[in-house]
Design a protein around this ligand. Structure first.
Ligand code: ATP
Ligand code: MG
Length: 575
């Protein structure tokens, strides 16, 4: 019946999402499972992914999404995509749109579950008034510096504000006037009245509202006071019926405040905050603030530069959503520091592409070969498989003629002992085509090899010979008359040290890798690549996985190398 079919389809979607070899259990799963067993929250599970629209999403956010959407999916609950948009200074529509695109691309469905903290501004305001009425919040007229200076330290209690004992009526009037736009930015704030001597600094009368005369990308000029994150978050969670509010460890110290807000406001339910550690990846930075500086300073071409750890950068580079989800599931959820090597991510990418990427031929640094005994005006077509291990991926045709390109690195005039590719007098196999023997080397005045002359064996069509003669080298090649010119962009890590953020007294930009982008402008690739759409990956045999970059025009094909075929990087450390 329909319900069963729906369940089956959903199970299949889960299986497709999660690496089948991995049991999805982590400490948060255990908590949720126990809560359900104990009948908490009437057995429901509601989570949320709450990005602030002040930048594009990165792979750290992917970890959070896989957790939040994954838990909802695993336990038959729901997950909200909630824009945490309480800070109009840094937020904008472009980011909102980009985030939605990325969440959808990664494979998560937020239909009917798309919200904004700003949707709740009226309710939040009403709850702030409620706190004032109960003597639990007051309007403080100290400056931001004074408030900071009187907060105390870890060892010293804070000093109460001179405005702490303002009476309720005065507080209500002032707060209403703050809202109506009577005061300039910074003139007053609304603070919770908790405990200036609390060991946890977050409880020392934290600010709940501030005045900010600034248009908001969602609410326009409706408001000139905006609620703080610590006030907004627990209440938005409560409004949405969130049962498990999963966030990163830096919010652990805020949990007592999270709970205080929920205890002191008449909320409809009691979400529980649980923290886990952030993902950090070697050789890159993850905070949106730092990524913004890279974009603004022009060190990358934009948020979607394929070197960026952003989801849009990874998409442009050819990373698949499935491989990113596999990666996130594989690294797991704990409270321990999580520093992951790039190679761990790349091996997930490779694993997926190995399976799904059709094979193609191309040369990065072309060297011309003229096959002298091949008829000048002849062209042949070879029908070759798209994937050696998967016949369902079909075949394509490769054109062959008298002039072909091979890779410069596949020829050495005076080859060392273990070099089995082309050399003067040597015979090699051209993949899918013929055996050729190098008969002559042509050089320019400086002695650089500019062209090779070869002879082919007409009996070796398809790669074998009548006499069963063996050759050791097989080269990739393209037909010079049929190949497409392409610009190929090779990528290396953005930073040349593993943890650029750890060098706190140095400028981040000092550690940028000069060779993070290597552009090869004169590459040659087989003609079928023209049929690939942007972002779709294929393997150039022996060279790696590539995809078509959106910079491509009708005159100029631009390809990105997604990842090499093998990890060629020296190991930096073990994790
Ligand atoms: P950033 O410093 O990159 O701006 P953020 O935490 O300020 O990160 P938010 O937009 O507030 O960014 O993040 C939305 C959600 O994603 C939060 O729940 C946050 O905890 C989570 N998140 C952000 N970065 C990471 C990360 N590196 N690893 C895991 N989760 C993350
Ligand atoms: Mg943030």
């Amino acid at each position: 019946d329909l319900h069963k079919e729906y369940r089956r389809q959903r199970q299949m979607r889960i299986r497709d999402r999660v690496d089948p070899d991995l049991p999805t259990t982590n400490f948060i799963h255990q908590i949720v499972r126990t809560d359900i067993a104990d009948g908490k929250n009437a057995g429901t599970v509601v989570t949320r992914f709450p990005p602030e629209p002040n930048g594009y999403l990165h792979i750290g956010h992917a970890k959070s999404m896989c957790l939040n959407f994954g838990i909802a999916e695993d336990f038959g609950g729901s997950c909200f995509l909630r824009f945490d948009d309480t800070n109009p200074d840094k937020e904008n529509r472009e980011y909102v749109r980009a985030i939605q695109t990325d969440v959808h691309w990664l494979g998560f469905d937020y239909t009917n579950c798309l919200t904004h903290a700003s949707d709740y501004f009226d309710q939040l305001y009403a709850w702030a008034v409620e706190l004032i009425e109960h003597g639990k919040a007051y309007v403080c007229s100290q400056s931001a510096e004074e408030i900071r200076a009187t907060r105390g330290t870890l060892t010293k209690p804070g000093t109460p504000s001179p405005y702490r004992d303002r009476n309720i009526t005065e507080n209500l009037d002032l707060f209403a006037e703050m809202r109506s736009g009577k005061f300039a930015d910074g003139a007053h704030v609304l603070r919770a009245k908790i405990d200036m001597a609390a060991p946890n600094i977050n409880l020392r009368d934290p600010t709940l509202y501030r005045i900010r005369h600034q248009s908001h990308q969602q609410t326009g000029d409706l408001w000139c006071i905006y609620p703080m994150y610590d006030f907004t978050h627990p209440l938005s969670d409560a409004i949405e019926g969130v049962t498990h509010s999963l966030c990163t460890l830096e919010f652990e110290d805020h949990r007592p405040l999270y709970d205080w807000i929920l205890e002191n406001v008449s909320v409809p339910c009691r979400p529980r905050q649980i923290e886990f550690s952030r993902l950090s990846l070697d050789h890159t930075v993850m905070s949106k603030r730092l990524l913004t500086t890279l974009v603004d300073a022009g060190h990358v071409t934009g948020w979607d530069d394929p070197r960026m750890p952003t989801l849009s950068g990874m998409r442009r580079r050819g990373y698949t959503p499935r491989s990113i989800r596999t990666f996130c599931n594989r690294i797991g959820i704990t409270k321990k520091d999580q520093k992951i090597e790039l190679s761990a991510l790349e091996s997930c990418i490779r694993e997926d592409l190995e399976r799904i990427a059709p094979r193609r031929l191309g040369v990065l640094r072309p060297l011309k070969i003229i096959v002298e005994n091949y008829p000048e005006d002849q062209t042949e077509e070879f029908t070759v498989p798209n994937h050696p291990g998967d016949s369902t991926m079909g075949t394509r045709t490769l054109a062959f003629c008298r002039e072909i390109w091979i890779d410069e690195s596949d020829f050495i005039e005076d080859p060392p002992a273990k070099f089995f590719r082309l050399a003067p007098g040597r015979e090699v196999r051209l993949r899918y085509a013929y055996y050729i023997t190098c008969t002559r080397v042509i050089k320019d005045n400086s002695g650089r090899v500019t062209e090779l002359r070869c002879h082919y064996d007409p009996d070796s069509r398809g790669g074998g010979t009548a006499d069963g003669r063996k050759v050791k080298g097989t080269l990739h090649w393209v037909s010079a008359r049929h190949a497409l010119d392409a610009e190929i962009r090779l990528y290396n890590p953005l930073f040349n040290i593993a943890d650029p953020k750890s060098e706190t007294n140095r400028d981040l930009h000092d550690f940028l890798n000069d060779e993070s982008l290597v552009t090869l402008s004169k590459t040659k690739v087989e003609a079928s690549i023209e049929q690939h759409s942007t972002g779709e990956c294929f393997q150039l045999e022996r060279l790696g996985y590539f995809c078509v970059d959106p910079d491509s025009t009708t005159d100029q094909l631009v390809l990105n190398r997604t990842v090499e075929l093998r990890d060629s990087r020296p190991r930096t450390h073990t994790s």
